[in-house]
Design a protein around this ligand. Structure first.
Ligand SMILES: *[C@@H]1O[C@H](CO)[C@@H](O)[C@H](O)[C@H]1NC(C)=O
Ligand SMILES: *[C@@H]1O[C@H](CO)[C@@H](O)[C@H](O)[C@H]1NC(C)=O
Ligand SMILES: *[C@@H]1O[C@H](CO)[C@@H](O)[C@H](O)[C@H]1NC(C)=O
Ligand SMILES: *[C@@H]1O[C@H](CO)[C@@H](O)[C@H](O)[C@H]1NC(C)=O
Ligand SMILES: *[C@@H]1O[C@H](CO)[C@@H](O)[C@H](O)[C@H]1NC(C)=O
Length: 334
């Protein structure tokens, strides 16, 4: 064979076999990973639903873990509650995390919801990547008025937007006063069984900023311009994707492309207003992304084209969990 065609054949084989997804880390069964966020050091923060004390984990996607070492990735456990929900960076290295009680069997417990701050600045100064990172944690506010907390998104360093999936509204938490009020409550955020507004992300690539959000019960993903301080709508929401059943949480790139996870379908969908949505990874009936709950963009130089997806482990035929929740790197080639 001619050398060039041999090279082409070899390259062709390599490209055709290059996997689109890679499992970064899998937790024991059962572990329901609820949300995921990336630090500027490229670490992944991920949260666990329905296991007390509520766990926030940190995973280095470039590390190889000894899976039999218990709690190797545990960053912090929040006493008195069983779930960490949304995670969002509100100032450099400061992550807001929503906590409270929730179980798929018994639902939400009003009065248990709160937002805490987790400082991961030690990651950047840590000399050894194998050393277990430490964090400083403090409570920002209790949210006695929330029906439940789900996805959260920092609006700016002073305010967090919070999806209340049962009230069907988006709350704004003022960090300095600890007070919340309803910022958005319309037909796009409204409760629709099983959950109304679910995942939320704020993009500052536009002026005013754009809020992206999913509504699980409406099978829809929306984008809307919001006031940079109040979080109130300053324009009409537009549909980013419709008829994509039960979207959960999402990641958004600066050009307005949303990547959202769908737990029942077990897929990651790429969507943009005015463009037909496409599944970029996973498939119904496959465990590749079975139970996908949330997504975050890679931030390290080596993983700019990667979307990290967290899963809750998928469902087996008896309604139990198929496997332990995991983090999967999806190469979207952006
Ligand atoms: C993983 O951890 C277990 C328990 O601490 C230990 O027995 C085992 O040798 C470790 N495996 C590796 C490859 O380090
Ligand atoms: C892991 O951490 C959780 C939360 O603090 C704790 O309840 C559990 O006992 C730990 N497991 C082990 C084996 O240390
Ligand atoms: C809860 O709602 C009430 C009535 O709207 C309001 O007065 C109070 O400030 C709210 N509490 C918090 C902590 O935001
Ligand atoms: C949201 O709007 C609905 C319908 O207008 C209303 O019934 C409900 O009280 C509002 N909820 C909040 C938290 O403002
Ligand atoms: C959302 O999708 C589910 C599953 O396909 C379907 O049963 C439900 O009727 C849809 N809801 C809406 C509001 O379209």
């Amino acid at each position: 064979m001619h050398q060039l065609s041999l090279l082409a054949a070899l390259l062709g084989t390599t490209l055709a076999q290059a996997p689109n997804t890679r499992t970064v880390f899998q937790f024991p069964k059962p572990t329901w990973l609820e949300n995921i966020a990336t630090t500027r050091t490229g670490h992944l923060l991920t949260s666990v639903l329905n296991r007390a004390p509520a766990e926030l984990h940190i995973v280095d996607p470039s590390a190889i873990y000894n899976a039999s070492t218990a709690n190797a990735t545990l960053l912090h456990a929040f006493p008195g509650v069983n779930t960490v929900f949304g995670i969002s960076e509100y100032a450099p290295d400061l992550f807001a995390v929503a906590v409270g009680n929730y179980s798929p069997a018994t639902g939400a417990t009003k009065g248990t919801y709160a937002v805490w701050s987790v400082d991961v600045s030690s990651l950047a100064s840590s000399s050894s990547s194998s050393a277990k990172p430490t964090s400083k944690v403090r409570k920002l506010a209790s949210l006695p008025n929330a029906s439940v907390i789900n996805g959260i998104a920092a609006l700016n360093k002073d305010a967090i937007l919070i999806a209340d999936s049962f009230a069907g509204s988006i709350l704004r938490l003022d960090i300095s006063s600890g007070r919340t009020h309803t910022a958005i409550n319309d037909s796009t955020t409204a409760f629709a069984s099983p959950l109304g507004v679910n995942g939320v992300k704020v993009s500052h690539a536009t002026d005013p900023p754009t809020l992206y959000y999913t509504n699980s019960g409406l099978n829809a993903t929306f984008a809307a311009p919001v006031d940079p301080r109040s979080g109130n709508l300053v324009g009409k929401p537009v549909i980013v994707a419709a008829n994509e059943a039960t979207p959960d949480d999402l990641a958004v790139t600066d050009d307005g492309t949303a990547f959202f996870a769908r737990p029942y379908a077990g897929t990651l969908t790429r969507a943009r207003a005015g463009v037909e949505a496409v599944i970029v990874a996973g498939a119904e009936g496959s465990m590749e992304l079975g139970g996908a709950t949330s997504a975050t963009l890679g931030r390290a130089w080596g993983d700019r084209g990667v979307v990290y997806v967290a899963t809750m482990g998928g469902f087996d035929s008896e309604g139990g969990y198929a496997e332990g929740g995991k983090i999967v790197a999806v190469n979207v080639g952006r």
